[in-house]
Design a protein around this ligand. Structure first.
Ligand code: HEM
Length: 96
């Protein structure tokens, strides 16, 4: 559950994510694979090479921040992400 104190930060992140979300997700994956090269076995590196994964993460994070009070808008985004993670065997314990 989000605390009310986090809401201003989420609202302030929306324009930043709109402009820089893709740069952030590119850096995120670059640093993730540098720190954990074993994860290149898990991810589809074709989707890294053509930018699809970075775009997908940037879009998902932006959608979440921009629709923080609109669960109906978020549902299809979350459904797709959950299906994807289930398909590649990512369990809740991997995230927490
Ligand atoms: C809050 C945490 C996370 C978020 C927001 C997130 C977000 C995403 C998104 C948006 C996608 C693309 C889905 C699509 O386009 O259909 C994805 C795919 C994926 N995620 Fe995550 N993820 C998270 C945590 C994790 C963790 C902890 C792992 C495991 C180390 C992981 C592994 C993967 C893999 C293997 C894919 C498939 C990528 C591919 O097709 O190459 N994710 N994730």
């Amino acid at each position: 559950m989000l605390s009310p104190a986090s809401r201003p930060y989420i609202a302030a992140s929306v324009p930043v994510l709109r402009e820089h979300g893709l740069t952030i997700s590119r850096l995120f994956y670059q640093q993730l694979f540098e720190a954990h090269p074993e994860l290149t076995e898990l991810f589809n590196m074709g989707n890294q090479a053509n930018g699809a994964q970075q775009q997908s993460l940037a879009s998902a994070v932006f959608a979440y921040a921009a629709n923080i009070d609109n669960a109906a808008a978020l549902a299809p985004v979350l459904e797709r992400i959950v299906q994807k993670h289930m398909a590649v065997g990512i369990a809740p314990a991997c995230v927490i």
